[in-house]
Design a protein around this ligand. Structure first.
Ligand SMILES: [Zn+2]
Length: 55
């Protein structure tokens, strides 16, 4: 997916992409790259572990 003029650094076009590590966005004009937050599943795992250790 292409986000026009979404780059915070140069105002260029940012293309959404993904690899084995997850989603990221990269600017086509200047190469600025930003990681996109992972899904909620990554956060629920440590939370349930803490609850089990406490009980
Ligand atoms: Zn840029």
């Amino acid at each position: 997916m292409l986000n026009l003029k979404a780059c915070p650094r140069c105002g260029g076009d940012v293309n959404s992409n993904r690899d084995i590590y997850g989603h990221y966005k990269v600017c086509l004009q200047c190469g600025y790259m930003v990681d996109v937050a992972k899904p909620e599943g990554a956060l629920s795992l440590p939370r349930s572990r803490v609850k089990r250790e406490a009980a």
